[in-house]
Design a protein around this ligand. Structure first.
Ligand code: TRP
Ligand code: ZN
Length: 882
């Protein structure tokens, strides 16, 4: 019986369900002790289903109380239950109603999937397969139904009762209970169902859509947080307006509610008309939230809101198509942030995230295509590849077809597929039609894993005045995909002349070139430009026009030239990063053999000039100061990695920058007040100023001079906002400043009662590059402010240690790996989804040098050896070890 839900699940096995569900009536009786759910489903045989075909419904950890068909209780032999669901052996031929009563224990639900309690609030999380933990159902995204939800609860415990759609009825009941009825007119898949019941504070506001529809907006939070809602509300209104202006998409219900809960497995969830958020992405005031937090709130509020069209009105046919909603919605939220803030700064930040999260995934044992073809546990496919690389693929599509055809393709998609559960083929077909281009080869981006490498050779012929660029691409083998087809790669480019301006040319051949984009379609292209008056410096992949690894042997002087003159800000930054990376890689080799690495003075000169240029955006200058991180260097080195050697190289380079740029950096710091910005505003301009000052201070501190640390300590005490305060705290702790311990104590005294600030306190300690850190982290797991039951606390302490502390996680004695493995085994019993996330920090274990590799492998094998391992964790460790 269990075999009917085959595992692994394969895309090629997709079949529509035998039955459809047209309406769902849910009665949810909430109580402290337990909860009764009565679901009445209107079912109908789909065309092509033989009459009498058995009906299989999904279920997970459910207690069945009663099952009735058209109002008549079913005898026990009419159906069978098993751990994965329920089968009705012989359903009637004609449409019928199935009534299912299940009993739930939300307080005991530590997986935070299905119906659970968070700080006394009842809430749900159904994506991807959580609805089956509430009732038996066809819990798959291609079964769309209209939901009516009647919920009742003790009024004192839950004065607020929310679900999807519009509230149609409410009232009091005997015994201090009350009820509300919500109706959602839009057919939706079960993963978009939500309900919330609790004693919550709210801010209610309004929005009028472009066509004049008034919408009530509500943001609900735990009492005590009501002063931290304003920024999220403003971000929501800006998102709604932007989607109308840029994509022509209006909101489609009378209310839009957001609830912030403190126990949540991911960032937020786009349930129709009732988004549920991790409170980290809602709550903010300058005293507790950093600029990064504000930017995160703005982006996640937008992301979830944008799902209303890309995800909800048009949903996914099956979970293999997850990128249909996620890649596209990430692309949309990136564009929103670019319009709200600085486009180049946002682009650089996104590429840094892609390289630090997605590239290691794509280059390791967990590599999978943007649209996977097989999975064991769908929760493990909410990945950087599906989300971030998925967004890059949309961006390339836009680059290839051009802005106008892209908008026309989007319009066609919304028009043609509204109300559908669609596939990637459906989506891409709209752009093929709108642009008149054949996009079949472009689909390889969805089916092939691995980051392509593009090697570029250049040759200038002064007598013929021709310039030749030879591109050779390789898509590397990945698990299950040894041989690859060439990818379609858009190369946005400029040929930079000696005066710093882009040069013109007479003609170009060898590839399709439109405007400033070369489209590579074959393994090798020789692109020849004629009428080129001097040897240009090539500026390729401007704006990071494709998620590939370009390899071109530009000289250091070409790169410092691009740092100073490239018309594309992304490539100015890229040139600096490339130079720094070369020095970091050489530096870690040098550190291993005990040699002092050489740091290119021309790089430091060009960097100094850029940083001193007051006409440049401070946020951009701050990014220029950020050299590639230690994990980036490890990835570049690729094998036999020694994190300690990389850390030494990193420290050395940063100290050299701090010393050479001292005058410029000190000037930046001295121009800012010690107390930070007096009147804090969370906008991009203010955030950029603060990020530059803090980056400057950190580089000055990297020189190891005591007076800098004293200044940092003063800034810590005088700070009037959390951005400057936590930046200073982190400098003190990470440099083992004499005042570090006392500062940590003062910080906790003041903010220990604000959980989201405790997270920062935990993360600062977990990321200290010091041999004592592991013991400290162990100790913090027993601190009263910490709990393994809360995903945010767990990620801040354990996730930060495993992902952002390369030398201490990968201690040569293996104790860091062992500790994280212990945590994974512990969490596996309570919250497997979070445990599986944490275990992915082992994903690059094979690239360590032999000793660490053996220790990491032993830790992974120890996890794999646990007899009752969850499917979430076993899926990751099995693939990691394969
Ligand atoms: N769809 C959510 C998003 O906006 C992701 C998500 C939230 C999720 N909670 C989840 C996915 C729980 C899996 C499990 O990206
Ligand atoms: Zn999403």
């Amino acid at each position: 019986m269990r075999t009917e839900t085959a595992n692994p699940v394969r895309l090629s096995d997709y079949r529509p369900s035998a039955y459809a569900i047209d309406t769902v009536d849910l009665h949810v009786a909430l109580d402290e002790a337990d909860t009764l759910v009565t679901a009445t489903l209107a079912l109908r045989r789909r065309d092509g289903t033989p009459s009498g075909a058995p009906l299989r419904l999904d279920g997970d950890e459910l207690v069945l109380v009663q099952l009735a068909l058209d109002g008549v209780p079913l005898p026990g032999d009419a159906y069978a239950t098993d751990p994965d669901g329920l089968v009705l052996h012989a359903p009637p031929e004609d449409p019928f109603r199935l009534t299912i009563v299940t009993r739930l224990d939300p307080a005991a639900n530590t997986k935070l999937m299905g119906l659970y309690r968070s700080s006394g609030t009842w809430c749900t999380q159904c994506e991807a397969e959580g609805f089956r933990r509430i009732t038996y159902f066809l819990d798959r995204p291609d079964v769309l139904a209209v939901y009516t939800v009647r919920m009742e609860a003790p009024k004192a415990l839950a004065p607020v009762l929310l679900s999807n759609g519009n509230r149609v009825e409410a009232g009091d009941l005997p015994d201090g209970r009350h009820y509300a009825v919500w109706h959602d007119p839009w057919p939706k898949p079960s993963y978009l169902f939500a309900l919330v019941a609790g004693d919550l504070a709210a801010r209610i506001d309004g929005f009028t859509t472009a066509s004049g529809r008034p919408v009530e907006l509500g943001i609900y939070v735990e009492h005590g947080n009501e002063t931290r809602i304003d920024y999220a509300m403003d971000a929501l209104k800006r998102s709604m307006r932007w989607d109308e202006e840029v994509f022509g998409r209006e909101y489609d219900l009378d209310v839009f509610n957001i609830v912030a809960v403190s126990d949540f497995n991911m960032g937020a969830m786009e349930n129709k008309g009732l988004n549920v958020f991790n409170d980290k992405y809602v709550l903010a005031d300058p005293d507790v939230a950093t600029d990064t937090d504000y930017a995160g709130i703005e982006a996640v509020i937008a992301h979830e809101y944008f799902h209303n069209w890309t995800g909800n009105r048009i949903t996914c046919r099956d979970w293999f198509q997850l990128c249909l909603k996620e890649g596209l919605t990430v692309f949309r939220d990136q564009e929103f942030t670019s319009d709200m803030r600085s486009r180049p700064v946002k682009r650089i930040a996104d590429v840094r995230t892609l390289r630090s999260h997605q590239f290691p995934e794509d280059g390791g044992p967990l590599a999978h295509p943007v649209r996977p073809e097989v999975y064991k546990e769908i929760n493990n496919f909410y990945t950087a590849t599906v989300y971030e690389k998925g967004a890059e693929v949309i961006r390339m599509l836009k680059t290839l077809v051009g802005d106008d055809a892209f908008r026309a393709g989007m319009d066609l998609y919304f028009d043609r597929h509204d109300g559908d559960a669609a596939t990637m083929e459906d989506f891409v077909a709209c752009f093929a039609e709108a642009s008149g281009r054949d996009l079949s080869a472009f689909m390889h981006w969805y089916s092939q894993a691995g980051t392509p490498t593009v090697e570029i050779a250049e040759a200038y012929d002064p007598s013929a005045r021709t310039y030749r660029l030879t591109f050779t691409q390789t898509v590397p083998p990945t698990p299950g995909q040894p041989v690859k087809q060439p990818a379609v790669i858009p190369v946005r480019f400029g040929l930079v002349g000696s005066n710093g301006a882009d040069m013109t040319y007479a003609s170009v051949s060898g590839a399709e070139v439109r405007d400033d984009v070369i489209a590579l379609t074959e393994t090798r292209h020789e692109v020849v430009f004629t009428g080129v008056s001097e040897r240009p410096v090539p500026s390729l992949f401007r704006g990071f026009s494709a998620p590939v690894k370009p390899q071109i042997a530009l000289t250091p002087s070409d790169l410092t030239f691009l740092m100073r003159h490239d018309g594309d800000p992304f490539n100015r930054w890229q040139a600096a990063s490339t130079l720094a990376m070369t020095m970091l890689v050489a530096g870690s080799e040098a550190a291993r053999s005990g040699v002092t690495p050489r740091i290119d003075p021309a790089y430091l000169d060009a960097l100094d000039e850029t940083i001193a240029d007051g006409t440049l955006d401070p946020a951009f200058r701050a990014l220029m100061l950020a050299v590639p991180g230690e994990n980036d260097v490890a990835r570049e080195i690729g094998e036999n990695v020694d994190p300690d050697a990389i850390a030494t190289a990193h420290r050395t380079l940063r100290a050299a920058i701090g010393a050479r740029l001292e005058t410029t950096l000190a000037h930046i710091v001295s121009e800012a007040s010690e107390a930070g910005d007096v009147a804090y505003t969370p906008d991009a301009a203010g955030a950029g100023r603060r990020s530059l000052v803090n980056a400057a201070l950190d580089l000055l501190a990297a020189t190891g001079r005591m007076e800098v640390l004293e200044a940092v300590e003063r800034r810590f005490d005088l700070a009037t906002n959390m951005t400057d305060r936590v930046a200073a705290l982190s400098m003190l702790v990470h440099r083992n400043a004499p005042g570090a311990e006392a500062a940590l104590g003062r910080f906790h005294d003041r903010f220990g009662s604000v959980p989201l600030v405790v997270d920062k306190w935990l993360a600062v300690q977990a990321t200290a590059p010091d041999p004592s850190t592991l013991d400290r982290v162990r100790g913090l797991t027993r601190h009263p402010s910490f709990s393994f039951r809360n995903p945010n606390r767990t990620r801040s302490l354990i996730g930060s240690f495993a992902n952002l502390n390369p030398t201490q996680f990968a201690r040569p004695d293996g104790a860091g790996f062992d500790f994280v493995a212990d945590v994974v085994l512990l969490l596996d019993g309570t919250n497997p989804q979070v445990a599986a996330r944490i275990v992915t920090s082992f994903r690059s274990w094979r690239s360590y040098e032999a000793r660490r590799r053996a220790k990491a492998e032993a830790a992974l094998k120890r996890i794999a050896g646990k007899p009752t391992l969850s499917r979430d964790v076993s899926d990751i460790v099995e693939r990691a070890l394969a």
